[in-house]
Design a protein around this ligand. Structure first.
Ligand code: PMV
Length: 322
């Protein structure tokens, strides 16, 4: 019996991943760039044991069965195949951030699972191999393996589609103030959403233009150029949501409060407060700013009528064994 625990942070995408070339392998239509979120994490413990009859999953102290467990077993099957190990596993996982807070938990979850399961199976995978394994569970999880500011190169096949760090967390004191708004009905999950991306006539234009946006964003991060960063992340987020809104069936993740925050952020920036918005597959708004402005941005967000809560995170480290 071999037990390992691993911790991974969720991440916020600056250049978004939306749509796959291959839905099963989760090979993305375009590359993406993100930042890990320090302070927020998933901690996962995996124990392979010869006496276990089936895989089991305990998530935040609740047993999970059905599709949730199947998705975990899919990763465990890959690990069992690599390690030539027949044993079933017990998986115990906990998040320290609230569900529905606008933080995609699947990225941290599958990064922590890839690391803990591979270690527990006796494998010593490279960072690239871990990123590939995490990607098979959730595309964005590939970016929660390396540290700090991360780029997932789209690649062309299972072996070359993985994420690398482009700058360590201490490179830039960028802060993410996550404005949690009152979300209405349940959103469509991203796995389902990726499969719809190609039905939007705008997706081809978004994907074709991705190398240009990636380059601008990469350079803005490397140069700590907030003005260029602000412009490109808002454009990229708006382009992804334009694809979502024009897919068939259409996906509308924004709420009235989401749009109110966009307007407020642009007014504040025009008035000299450096801040910029980006939104993943939900209604909550991630407002990025330099650390010196985080207190002011957080306070202003809390004063907006539609904002229920604000979570604050800095750039976080790599997935690690704990
Ligand atoms: O990893 P997934 O399948 O949950 O997809 C993530 C999709 C977005 O969060 C909307 C964008 C991204 O790049 O993280």
């Amino acid at each position: 019996m071999n037990t390992f625990s691993a911790l991974a942070h969720p991440n916020i995408a600056f250049i978004k991943y939306w749509g796959n070339r291959d839905n099963t392998l989760r090979l993305p239509s375009n590359g993406s760039i993100s930042m890990n979120l320090d302070g927020l994490f998933t901690r996962t413990t995996v124990t392979f044991s010869p006496s276990a009859q089936t895989d089991s999953l305990l998530l935040n102290n609740r047993p999970v069965t059905g599709p949730g467990l199947d998705r975990v077993s899919y990763i465990l099957d890959i690990v069992r195949g690599m390690a030539d190990l027949p044993d079933r596993a017990e998986v115990v996982s906990e998040n320290n951030f609230p569900a529905g807070a606008g933080i995609a938990s699947s990225a941290a979850a599958f990064a922590a699972l890839a690391l803990s399961a591979s270690k527990a199976a006796g494998l010593n995978l490279s960072e690239a191999q871990l990123s590939i394994l995490a990607r098979r569970g959730s595309g964005s999880a590939s970016r929660s393996i390396p540290a700090g500011f991360v780029e997932w190169k789209a690649g062309t096949n299972d072996e070359d589609s993985y994420a690398i760090s482009i700058a360590p967390p201490e490179h830039w004191a960028l802060t993410d103030c996550v404005a949690v708004v009152n979300a209405g009905h349940k959103k469509t999950g991203s796995t389902e959403g990726h499969a719809l991306a190609g039905t939007s006539p705008l997706q081809a234009a978004r994907v074709d233009d991705a190398p240009r946006r990636l380059e601008i964003c990469r350079q803005a991060i490397l140069r700590r150029d907030f003005a260029a960063f602000a412009e490109i992340i808002e454009l990229d987020s708006d382009m992804m949501h334009a694809v979502m809104m024009t897919s068939h069936p259409p996906l509308m993740y924004w709420q009235a409060a989401t749009l109110e925050i966009f307007h407020a952020v642009r007014e504040w920036r025009a008035a000299g407060l450096p801040c910029a918005y980006t939104v993943d597959a939900g209604a909550n708004v991630h407002v990025l700013c330099p650390r010196e402005q985080a207190g002011a941005v957080e306070k202003r967000l809390r004063d907006l009528p539609g904002v229920r809560d604000v979570l604050v995170a800095q750039a976080g480290g790599a997935a690690r064994i704990v």
